[in-house]
Design a binder for this molecule. Structure first.
Ligand SMILES: Nc1ncnc2c1ncn2[C@@H]1O[C@H](COP(=O)(O)OP(=O)(O)OP(=O)(O)O)[C@@H](O)[C@H]1O
Length: 270
């Protein structure tokens, strides 16, 4: 205890600066990877770190030894796995944009408005038989897929979304990605599902919606060009033939805006 307190007695302003700098660097790095799938890996490493500390504390030698070896491996693996994120950090440092402010979370009213705009736009798209694929990001970041399209960063509005999907316009091909209350990008390329059990009449638009929702917790709304049917992909399963009421209830529930009973949701799920 005395040793611990003596450390504090030697604590100078340089140590304070040291701690602040390290905190800021870690925070900015976290904000940078927060929207990508790399954050899951960081969480995994944190869990292993916690187990390793506990194993050391309780003197569990085999677990400690195993985890030590694993961490030695990480020294080489992490730069490879995080290569894109590390490149981005270095680029931002180079441009002097490391200390940027990060957008705050929108309120419930704003998100409710976003849901309304999405419901309105899917109704128009469905009635006019315009095919569409709209992804809504949740906890797992989908920045990797945002980067495959054209960055937009605009307000979510029904009119804008309908316009994006009008055939033969520059952005109609691919998916629109919504992040919170903003349209992050359009024309994004999503991974196709390889699930062999998908109905044969569902083409690549539906497969892309399933593909993304298999690997992230995002929601994917699909409007079929052929039938006008509205479907929603969640966790690699498709809820099909939704009307405006069902879609509104599902979005409000899944986006944790309002809790609605499950019974309203149809069970056309594959
Ligand atoms: N990997 C992908 N990522 C994003 N969008 C895609 C992807 N693959 C296809 N699409 C979109 O789907 C369109 C083709 O849809 P296709 O007709 O093959 O699918 P579908 O599931 O049968 O849908 P629909 O019922 O609308 O015809 C493409 O023009 C493109 O906009």
């Amino acid at each position: 205890m005395a040793e611990f307190l003596s450390q504090f007695r030697n604590f100078g302003w340089l140590d304070a600066i040291d701690i602040v700098v390290v905190t800021v660097v870690f925070y900015q790095f976290y904000m940078l990877i927060k929207r990508t799938r790399a954050v899951q890996l960081v969480k995994g490493v944190m869990v292993l770190l916690a187990i390793s500390l506990l194993a050391k504390y309780f003197q569990l030698r085999t677990i400690s030894w195993l985890l030590d070896k694993l961490f030695q491996m990480f020294v080489f693996a992490i730069p490879v796995v995080f290569q894109p994120e590390l490149r981005k950090v270095l680029e931002q440092l180079g441009r002097g944009r490391f200390l940027t402010r990060h957008p705050s979370t929108p309120g419930i009213d704003t998100l409710e408005q976003v849901v309304e705009e999405l419901v309105r736009c899917t109704q128009v798209l469905s009635k006019t038989r315009i095919g569409a694929l709209i992804v809504i990001e949740r906890k797992t970041g989908v920045q990797d897929f945002v980067e495959t399209g054209i960055k937009i960063d605009g307000m979510v509005s029904s009119e804008f979304l309908v316009n994006v999907f009008i055939p033969n316009t520059p952005l109609h091909d691919g998916a629109v990605i919504i992040r919170q209350d903003r349209v992050a990008a359009a024309g994004c390329f999503l991974p196709l599902s390889e699930n062999p059990n998908i109905q044969k009449d569902l083409g690549t638009r539906h497969r892309a919606a399933l593909g993304l929702t298999e690997i992230t917790d995002a929601l994917a709304i699909v409007v079929s060009e052929e039938t006008g049917a509205i479907s929603v992909g969640i966790d690699g399963a498709l809820t099909r033939f939704m009307d405006d009421k069902m879609l509104r209830e599902l979005l409000l529930r899944e986006l944790e805006i309002k809790s609605t009973p499950l019974s309203i949701i149809p069970f056309w799920r594959w």
